[in-house]
Design a protein around this ligand. Structure first.
Ligand code: BGC
Length: 799
């Protein structure tokens, strides 16, 4: 089918295979047009303050994009450039298998020779990137090297858990290591730019892209954003194994109404400043080289034409000096958004709002020079955008080292130390949701090796491809050790029975009957159920029903009816609404999509060689009607839990509880932990002092301590969380807000004290004068295992 848009002659709708999804989406775009991984950079403390909400970034990172030595080089080159060459630096195309859809162009080589392209993406072989680079560096007039990009989202060839899983580790040090591995592998093919991390706050499990981010919380999201940026960019951007990060999708994209991808967003300024912006701000402070503007309209202005967020906040308030890249054809999408009626207007609006580089639309290529020549766009604005691009290219050392060594490409992949990090990450990403008594009266998990015959049943039991998640880059199914392979290796062929039961989306009666017969022959069943990663999670994969797809619920109920003990391992890119399972299955483990080491990590966890320590980074809903569901909701005037109040006229559902199935921060262990009371270093703080502290250094405003004891029989890791609530402020605040976390290891019986130092920022809000300030307030503080528990301590902020 040919594309009906007027701008291109697209026939095939397919996107590059590297996306791991089938690619009809690009077609849609057209429709719309009608270590030794070390050294790593020093790890940040896990209980670090959230990014401040405003003020220029104070950091000049040597070897980063703000390095002062870059300025003279950029200016010298800029002075030599013609207007056409300048515009060329602002043009980006996809040159992978899906050459050109969305633009109708295939003549990249010719364009590169003429200096008309600044960046290419979706090239995945060193040989190919060198070939394109040779044209830029040896044939174009000014020899400006190309920047090669790719969506390296959760690994390049060594695939790690999906970002939602990586965040569930609450371990930024580990995430930084994973990002470093990805940078090393990707850079071995000439890629020096990744469109990652996605730092969009996701409060609605219907939105498929929840899988690609760090969940619903801005504090955790900030810590993860920094970890990825540091991992990708290393200690110096010009090291050959460093790649530039691109934080996306700026901003508010995750707030799509109804959880429907690409849908519009309405976000108040306090919520924008306090919830959606902080992870971006943290990434900017950590030195991210680029930012991607989103597809969504934000309060009526598309994010890719939004001068308020792109110029006022990003450039003026934060002092960002890197590239603002559009998302895929998001410049052209200003036309269907309805704020431009032709390509020239779309280009002008996006460009003047602050989008430096046009990904795929080709509208800057087609119109920008003419817009300058006719006085509709000042050439000075073009110069500034070109500076932003050249600064990144110089910072990456591309002028000195434009090529990659093709002979080292293969050896750079899947190294044993990388696989070890992948296994650690997978193990720490698993969240144990339920673990009730098995046949002997003790919790069903961990299993004993002498459990007897184990039936491994379900569509994801022996599925390698899905373990690669929604955006597997160059990950290959054959690189994955599947669950079944690992279980057979661990228990031996004699002890493992297997049956598919059903496919993910459909299955036959015969398959179902076979699975029931298999279960009946076993002593225990492990069910591997869930979503299809590339089809049902990630981009353009919103769902209105969040149960198990196809006949999997039926399979689950029939297997439980056999009376065998059942362990349910869930593979998904979001929480699934499974009230029946949580009621009737003894043990449930959320495994997300764990990456290449899925099998070994799962077997080690189920058999107790690794103790689960992951915690939820999204509130787990009971039913879809609760969405959007997030722990840090704003207080209402009629809270459902009000004491001695009217039970009817409160904020609640008639047919569902308000509380989630499992709260944000929740996750069980094979041991148990007891928390001592929350202790605070002061009962009274002065708002004036805190406000002064906001603008100066990172003072410590309050110390908070609590003791945590391992009360069980096994060593375990616990993620200790610190929350606060402010009451009496000028703008309504969340009922709880995460302000610190610490992952700690405790031997059986051991007690440790955890100490958090809160900076003034922790108490700052975006107030009714549209300013960041600390206001007099009553403060409640909890140190707790999740967002729903903990003993409170109270203090006051006085004027
Ligand atoms: C996605 C981005 C991605 C880009 C390039 C877009 O469709 O929204 O996240 O980086 O494509 O592949």
């Amino acid at each position: 089918m040919a594309c009906p848009c007027l701008n291109c002659s697209l026939i095939s709708p397919f996107r590059p295979a590297v996306r791991g999804v089938n690619a009809a989406r690009k077609f849609l775009s057209c429709l719309l047009l009608v270590f030794a991984v070390f050294p790593i950079a020093p790890a940040q403390a896990q209980a670090r303050p959230a990014a401040s909400l405003q003020g220029p970034s104070p950091t000049v990172i040597q070897g980063g994009i703000a390095d002062p030595s870059l300025g003279p080089k950029v200016e010298a080159l800029l002075r030599k450039m013609t207007l056409e060459e300048k515009v060329g630096q602002l043009v980006q195309y996809s040159a992978g298998q899906a050459t050109g859809p969305g633009t109708g162009r295939t003549d990249y080589k010719d364009m590169i020779g003429k200096g008309q392209i600044g960046a290419l993406f979706n090239i995945t072989k060193a040989r190919d990137s060198n070939a394109f680079q040779r044209i830029a560096v040896e044939q174009s007039r000014l020899r400006v090297p190309l920047l090669f990009g790719l969506d390296v989202i959760h690994g390049f060839r060594t695939e790690f858990p999906i970002p939602l899983g990586l965040a569930s580790t609450w371990n930024p040090v580990l995430v930084e290591k994973a990002a470093r591995v990805a940078a090393r592998e990707a850079s071995a093919t000439g890629i020096r730019w990744t469109f990652s991390p996605m730092v969009d706050i996701a409060r609605d499990a219907r939105w498929g892209r929840m899988a690609e981010g760090a969940g619903e919380d801005p504090f955790l999201g900030s810590a993860m954003a920094v970890a990825y940026v540091r991992g990708y960019q290393g200690s110096r951007l010009d090291a050959p194994d460093s790649i530039a990060a691109c934080v996306k999708h700026y901003v508010g994209y995750g707030a799509a109404e109804g959880g429907r991808d690409y849908n519009t967003t309405e976000i108040s300024e306090p919520t924008l400043r306090q919830i959606y912006l902080p992870p971006f701000r943290s990434a900017v402070d950590a030195g991210t080289a680029s930012i991607m503007s989103g597809f969504n309209a934000l309060n009526g202005i598309p994010a890719s034409a939004n001068a308020f967020t792109l110029k006022q906040i990003l450039r003026k308030e934060w002092g960002f000096q890197g590239i603002v890249d559009s998302d895929w054809t998001s410049v052209a999408e200003l036309i269907p958004h309805g704020i431009a009626n032709d390509g020239a207007t779309a280009a002008r609006r996006a460009f003047l709002a602050g989008v430096d580089m046009d990904m795929v639309s080709s509208l800057y290529h087609d119109h920008l020079a003419h817009l300058v020549q006719t006085g509709q766009v000042p050439e000075a604005a073009v110069d500034q955008a070109v500076r932003n691009v050249l600064r990144v290219k110089f910072a990456l050392g591309l002028f000195e080292h434009p090529y990659v060594d093709e002979t080292k490409e293969d050896a750079a992949m899947l190294r044993p130390d990388y696989l070890q990090i992948a296994r650690d990450a997978a193990e720490q990403s698993f969240v144990l949701l339920k673990n009730s008594a098995g046949p002997g009266g003790a919790p069903l998990l961990p299993l004993s090796k002498t459990v007897g015959k184990v039936a491994l049943i379900g569509p994801l039991a022996n599925d390698s491809a899905n373990m690669l998640g929604c955006w597997g880059a160059l990950g290959r199914a054959e690189d994955v050790t599947s669950f079944q392979t690992a279980l057979l290796a661990y228990l031996g062929n004699e002890s493992v029975l297997s049956s598919k039961g059903t496919g993910i989306s459909e299955g036959s009666d015969q398959e179902m009957a076979d699975a029931i017969a298999t279960a009946q022959k076993s002593d225990l069943v492990i069910l591997a159920l869930g979503e299809n990663a590339p089809e049902m999670t990630g981009e353009a994969a919103s769902r209105s029903k969040l149960g198990l797809p196809g006949r999997q619920q039926e399979l689950l109920e029939k297997i439980v009816a056999t009376g065998k003990p059942v362990v349910l391992v869930l593979f998904s890119g979001r929480p699934l609404t499974l009230p029946w399972a949580f009621e009737n299955v003894q043990a449930v483990l959320a495994a997300w999509f764990p990456g290449v080491q899925a099998g070994p990590a799962l077997v080690r966890t189920l058999f107790g060689e690794s103790n689960p320590s992951g915690k939820l980074v999204v509130s787990w809903p009971r039913s879809v009607g609760q969405e959007p569901l997030y722990y840090n909701a704003l207080s209402t005037g009629r809270p459902a839990n009000q004491q001695n109040g009217d039970p009817k006229f409160v904020s609640r559902y008639l047919d569902e509880q308000n509380s989630p199935q499992f709260p944000f921060g929740y996750g069980l262990s094979y041991t148990s932990f007891r928390y001592g009371p929350t202790e605070i270093g002061s009962k009274q703080l002065k708002a004036a002092n805190l406000n002064a502290g906001l603008r100066t250094a990172k003072d410590v405003a309050l110390t908070v301590t609590a003791s945590v004891t391992n009360t069980g029989q096994r060593a375990g890791e616990e993620v200790v969380q610190l929350y606060i609530r402010l009451q009496g402020t000028s703008v309504v605040q969340p009922v709880r807000a995460l302000k610190g976390f610490e992952r700690m290891t405790l031997a059986p019986g051991e007690t440790k004290s955890v100490r958090f130092s809160l900076s003034p920022d922790a108490f700052a809000i975006w107030n009714d004068h549209n300013q960041l300030a600390v206001e007099p307030a009553r403060v409640t503080v909890w140190v707790s295992p999740d967002s729903a528990h903990g003993t409170p301590a109270d203090l006051e902020i006085v004027p």
